[in-house]
Design a binder for this molecule. Structure first.
Ligand SMILES: Cc1cc2nc3c(=O)[nH]c(=O)nc-3n(C[C@H](O)[C@H](O)[C@H](O)COP(=O)(O)O)c2cc1C
Length: 722
């Protein structure tokens, strides 16, 4: 680690963020840097300047998440390609570019923090100099665990790399704000100590005074309750016992930066739907689509309810008449569905926060030098109801930043103490317990009844509401229609055990479809095309063999592939490895898949059943081999897709090493994709033993490297979710 003489006089925070975490961290860092007197700015990575972008007079801080299968976020791909080009050309940034890097990821995925790691490698390749060790934060265990210490440690290192130009704003603010604000801002990690009785802890906490909230009025315009009864707000039963014996709290995070301010809109005219910002996703061009209906793909007694919905993209002419909109896509593309938060939850929150649902307001940055978070940038004239319905995520797992902000707005000292405890080092178990309840924002506010945060403070910490993406399960030729398949997400909480919960978008689509089947009007959705930028698409080369692996709803994109292949005439081999629990319960798209196998569009269809225990000797269905009949004793049946792959190992080896096949894997990142990957390593190592070519003596690590090479060459493609 080289700590440069402070050449830099400004700091640039760059973020690459798909779902808002990295952006929120970068914006908070920007605010803190400005308070420390640095001249600072914050940009999306793809907003780098093309000419002379990186200079010695700035220190650079990168906060980058990973998406897809180890890929950079959409707003960082242009920069990533640019940096690769520079590295290839032998660019030399030694002595010029000093940087720090924080990667975000999730260790449930194979390629943990891959985008951050690779960015770091490339920066080193061009001889940029890190001035602070890189941090890699893991969503699986809680980003905060790494993010907070990394951010705290950044400042001393930055002070050596970069000179602050201005008098720290902190000092100026100290003179003008309340003692509370001072304490919270100056000490990034307020350590509340009191060696006396626990009551004194309350007193110590009390000294961090409560900010006032000045919002009034009531809710109008009640949306209809078509969102089931799972979204009512319930207080959580949490164990605050340990708090009774504590005399100090340490490790509480700093109060989140103020990013957003709400002002009355310039006009009070009602908001027209057409004015309403539909999505913050770059390049997305939403269109309307009618929901035509849903087919249930699983039996009523199957573990999961899986639906295939049909949509008809539409456009309206000036007279209001509707025609089908022909959307150009390619098998492998996905569509984003913009799904609202549940009306019941929105209404509860508006009541609780005392906002007029339909009052026009405007969102502005808290200071001119701080950009608005991307998802709020278009909210020029909106209503509180719009914001809570469509812009922010109310149901995601709560972050410490949210709880820390709420502590600032708790009128009751007991609520405040408890909230601070949950965010503290001593309250780690309580924080995990809170998250195990899988609460939504309404539950959290019900648990701390004296909290009434102003809407702008909520907007500072709530992540953007994400569209839900579904692979298109048909070919473009399908009369302009779109088909998606998904499991309707419902589950029970681990704590307290067994409380029913549901997902946001899939139960909503299921309810809309059911209402329509009962005779309600045809619903319209806001949808946009998300072309597959990572190469997971039907190969455009008509001669390449195709191997598709996709258990469960991972089979969905292949339905699109197969429909398109059915319209081609090609002698190539097409194999599908599919898996489900039981042939009679959850074999999705069975008729279609077996039809493709019979007609030869699929050369082989191999189905693994994980819970099929019938004691018959194998017929085609029992073995899961539809096109070749051979028998297996029940105990020897392939249970999972990787078992089928093992059975035909030499064919897989031949197709991949000699016939330039493309291998696709779609579905669960955590279990299936890892097992399939290690099976592929085994297959390569074992089959290479009898190969006289260059792969003979292939080791497991050599096989792993070969698979990585195939990924880079887009011959081994994965579309995964955790
Ligand atoms: C669809 C999807 C794919 C992901 N793929 C990976 C991955 O391959 N490797 C990884 O470490 N994390 C992966 N993640 C986890 C994210 O990097 C992590 O949740 C991060 O906090 C997101 O930050 P952002 O909101 O700034 O994008 C993935 C998350 C999603 C939703």
């Amino acid at each position: 680690m080289t700590v440069p003489q402070p050449l830099a006089t400004r700091v640039v925070f760059f973020f690459g963020s798909q779902t808002g975490n990295a952006e929120s961290i970068a914006l908070n860092l920007l605010d803190q840097a400005q308070q420390r007197g640095y001249e600072a700015e914050c940009r999306e990575l793809d907003q780098y300047e093309d000419r002379l972008p990186f200079t010695a007079d700035a220190a650079y801080v990168f906060v980058v998440s990973t998406t897809g299968d180890g890929d950079p976020p959409d707003n960082a791909t242009k920069f990533w390609r640019y940096l690769r080009r520079l590295a290839k050309k032998g660019e030399d940034w030694s002595g010029t570019v000093h940087y720090a890097l924080l990667g975000l990821g999730d260790s449930n995925y194979d390629n943990f923090c891959n985008a951050g790691r690779r960015l770091d490698e490339k920066l080193r390749e061009v001889h940029a100099t890190p001035f602070y060790p890189k941090g890699l934060a893991d969503d699986a265990t809680g980003l905060e665990e790494t993010v907070e210490p990394w951010c705290r440690g950044l400042w001393p290192s930055l002070a050596q790399a970069c000179t602050a130009k201005n008098t720290p704003r902190l000092a100026a603010e100290t003179a003008t704000t309340t003692p509370t604000a001072k304490a919270a801002e100056i000490a990034p990690e307020p350590t509340l100590t009191n060696s006396a009785a626990p009551a004194a802890l309350t007193e110590a906490i009390e000294r961090l005074a409560v900010a006032e909230t000045a919002c009034t009025v009531s809710t109008q315009d009640r949306p209809s309750d078509n969102d089931g009864n799972l979204w009512t707000s319930q207080p959580l039963q949490l164990d605050f016992g340990p708090l009774a014996t504590l005399t100090s709290l340490t490790g509480t995070p700093r109060v989140p930066s103020r990013l957003v301010r709400i002002v009355p809109a310039a006009t009070s005219a009602p908001v027209a739907t057409s004015e309403f910002p539909l999505t913050h996703i770059a390049d997305a061009e939403p269109f309307r689509a009618q929901l035509l209906g849903a087919d249930r793909l699983t039996a009523p007694d199957a573990l999961k309810q899986t639906l295939a919905v049909q949509l008809r993209p539409i456009e309206r002419d000036a007279a209001g008449s509707i025609t089908t909109r022909m959307v150009e896509f390619w098998p492998g593309d996905a569509f984003g569905v913009l799904c609202p938060n549940p009306p019941r939850l929105v209404r509860d929150l508006l009541q609780r926060l005392d906002y007029v649902a339909t009052e026009r307001i405007q969102i502005e940055p808290s200071t001119p030098a701080t950009p608005l978070p991307t998802h709020l940038r278009h909210a020029k004239a909106v209503t509180p109801q719009h914001i809570l319905t469509s812009l922010v995520d109310l149901a995601g797992l709560p972050k410490k930043a949210l709880l820390r902000m709420l502590a600032e707005h708790a009128a009751d000292p007991e609520d405040r103490k408890r909230l601070l405890f949950i965010t503290s080092r001593q309250g780690a178990a309580a924080f995990n317990e809170l998250r195990a309840h899988i609460p939504h924002l309404g539950d959290i506010l019900a648990t701390f009844p004296s909290c009434r945060p102003p809407l702008d403070c909520l907007l500072d910490v709530l992540p953007p509401l994400q569209p839900r993406y579904y692979s298109v399960a048909n070919a473009p030729s399908s009369k302009g229609h779109l088909r998606f398949a998904f499991n309707v997400v419902s589950y029970r909480t681990p704590v307290p055990a067994g409380v029913p919960r549901e997902g946001l978008c899939t139960p909503w689509l299921a309810r809309l479809s059911a209402a329509m089947a009962r005779g309600d009007a045809t619903p319209e959705l806001n949808v946009f095309l998300k072309p597959n930028s990572q190469g997971f698409e039907l190969t455009r080369d008509p001669n390449r063999p195709i191997i598709m692996v996709g258990p469960g709803t991972g089979v969905a994109p292949y339905l699109g592939f197969l429909e398109a292949l059915g319209a081609q005439s090609s002698a190539r081999e097409t194999w599908l490895f599919y898996g489900c629990r039981h042939p009679d319960l959850d074999y999705l798209f069975r008729t279609e898949l077996e039809g493709y196998a019979r007609s030869g569009v699929l050369s082989r269809l191999m189905v693994a059943y994980s819970r099929f225990t019938a004691d018959s000797t194998a017929d085609a269905a029992a073995t899961g081999e539809t096109t070749v009949s051979y028998t297996h004793p029940p105990s020897d049946r392939p249970k999972y897709v990787q078992h089928h792959l093992q059975r035909v190992a030499s064919d897989i080896y031949r197709l991949m090493t000699r016939e330039n096949a493309v291998l696709y894997v779609c579905g669960d990142a955590q279990g299936m994709a890892k097992d399939v990957h290690s099976t592929l390593v085994d297959i390569l190592v074992n089959c290479a033993k009898s190969d006289d070519g260059p792969l003979r003596n292939l080791t497991p690590s050599g096989a792993g490297a070969l698979l990585v090479e195939w990924m880079q060459e887009k011959r081994y493609l994965r579309d995964l979710w955790a």
